[in-house]
Design a binder for this molecule. Structure first.
Ligand code: XBP
Ligand code: MG
Length: 232
């Protein structure tokens, strides 16, 4: 396995830091119940819907494609539905139903010790990033990140490069000095479109994605023997 010496590590959130998508799916379904909707996203459907990044975009896409006869009625409710979903997701995370993926905690601490810059690039919201860190590494670790770029910060989320371009700007680094960690094809497309070498750690929902163009592809950081170069 090649030893990599980047100046910054950029982490995707959902599927990369933790396998959070099951909690997102449950939060969506719980919200549909709260609103008296008989919609139910099973795992197969959710896998398809994940090709659309960002929960609000995903909801709009679902309504348009799967509930077309009632689209006009629901489209105005998307924001409200999604706000409720975010609250439920936060509650599920706070119940401690999540663990970081193998090797993530060690790599982030190693990067901090070695003085590397750190960034988050995610299609989800800042509040969900905070909730995940509260439930896992802690907010003191999130405070060490130099750039936290979330879906709320840009017009176009992944696979558009906007979030990664924003991170490069905030990190003040060229793309080739960074290394991105992603789990999905759309995430890889976004990072690659910004010119950033990308390591894929395959997640449950994205295992059949096309990872052509990734620098490395592995089941997880431990299984793949991922190593950062130790400075002299
Ligand atoms: C994954 C997403 C998110 C989550 C749901 O983001 O696309 O939309 O599925 O979160 P990433 P929201 O892999 O870029 O971290 O409902 O808050 O969008
Ligand atoms: Mg992801």
């Amino acid at each position: 396995m090649p030893i990599i010496a980047p100046a910054a590590l950029i982490f995707d959130v959902d599927g990369t830091l933790a396998e959070t998508e099951e909690l997102h799916r449950k939060a969506f379904n719980f919200t549909f119940g709260e609103f008296g909707l008989n919609w139910r996203w099973d795992k197969a459907l959710y896998g398809e819907l994940l090709k659309v990044a960002g929960g609000q975009n995903r909801l709009r896409h679902y309504i348009k494609t799967c509930q077309p006869e009632r689209a006009d009625e629901f489209v105005d409710q998307v924001k409200e539905l999604h706000q409720h979903k975010t609250i439920t997701y936060g509650r599920l995370l706070a119940k401690g139903h999540i663990e970081l993926r193998p090797g993530i905690e060690k790599l982030i601490h190693q990067a901090i010790e070695q003085g590397l810059k750190l960034a988050i690039v995610t299609s989800t919201s800042r509040i969900n990033v905070d909730k995940l860190f509260e439930a896992t590494l802690g907010m003191a670790v999130l405070d060490k990140f130099d750039a936290i770029c979330c879906g709320d910060d840009v017009e176009a989320v992944k696979p558009a490069p906007d979030l990664y371009l924003l991170a490069l700007k905030r990190l003040n680094l060229p793309p080739q000095e960074c290394l991105a960690f992603e789990d999905s094809e759309i995430g890889l497309q976004a990072a690659r479109a910004a010119g950033i070498p990308t390591v894929i750690t395959i997640s449950t929902y994205c295992k059949d994605d096309d990872f052509t163009g990734a620098s490395q592809i592995m089941d997880d950081l431990i299984a793949g023997g991922f190593q950062l170069q130790v400075p002299d």
